[in-house]
Write a protein that binds this ligand. Structure first.
Ligand code: MG
Length: 248
């Protein structure tokens, strides 16, 4: 019985010492301050211009970073510092592949309103050539909500309609995490996407459930970590400018 009491006393003393050490650590601010890894220095761009570490995909002068999705050179119209869909020539896609990224892209639907629903200022930005962020003129234009501006096409309704008037420049800032596939080809971690439309949050770390077909359900088929970004030719003369990307 005596030895048990002694052991208990020792235990209490030991715990007491630990508790005091613990308190000392808590009082020491340096113990929770990290000095590595040091974040790289990035010089921000003026306004919406690219920051110093961005890859410029389109600066308004040429489509050298792009191919036609039909093969060969991209032949969309370049004028007034922007590239405009030339209906029937097909979409365009980046020569380089990208995975996780921050993408800045500015677009404009035609000022002359033609058509309605999905036929009005329709284009699209395909991450990894598969997952479409809808580009559409939804200013006083109704369509199915999982196909409106800023939807993940036929999957995810945007949190807001932040459309400007037809003919005005609009901005998407996209943060994209590519899907990860396991060795058996099944998706291990689905893609996720956050989108600001004209500074308004419209997709908040949204899970992408797979491809974005016009007909049928989304599905995942394994692909490489880096795939092109493509822009859709939906037959409407939508324009693009100031496209830059930061790999994450
Ligand atoms: Mg589209």
């Amino acid at each position: 019985m005596k030895s048990l009491t002694l052991a208990t006393l020792l235990l209490v003393l030991t715990l007491g010492v630990f508790a005091q050490t613990e308190k000392k650590v808590e009082k020491n601010p340096e113990s929770t301050e990290l000095y590595a890894p040091v974040p790289p220095i990035v010089t921000p761009g003026e306004g919406t211009k690219p920051p110093s570490d961005a890859i410029v995909l389109f600066d308004g002068t040429n489509l050298d970073q792009w191919d036609s999705e039909k093969g060969g050179v991209a032949t969309w119209t370049i004028a007034d510092g922007c590239a405009t869909v030339k209906g029937g020539t097909g979409g365009i896609k980046t020569k380089r592949g990208f995975g996780d990224c921050q993408l800045h892209i500015e677009w404009r639907s035609p000022s002359e309103v033609k058509g309605d629903g999905q036929g009005r200022g329709n284009s699209g930005i395909f991450l990894q050539n598969r997952y479409e962020v809808q580009v559409l003129d939804c200013y006083n234009n109704k369509t199915y909500v999982n196909g409106q501006t800023g939807s993940i096409y036929k999957q995810s309704i945007p949190l807001a309609n932040a459309c400007k008037k037809p003919g005005e420049w609009q901005v998407y800032d996209i943060i994209y995490q590519a899907p990860r596939f396991s060795e058996n080809g099944r998706v291990a971690v689905p893609a996720h996407i956050t989108i600001l439309h004209n500074g308004v949050l419209i997709q908040n770390n949204t899970e992408i459930r797979g491809t974005t077909p016009y007909i049928g359900l989304p599905e995942y088929t394994a692909h490489s970590m880096k795939e092109p970004i493509s822009l859709q030719d939906h037959g409407n003369p939508v324009s693009y400018r100031n496209i830059w990307i930061r790999e994450l």
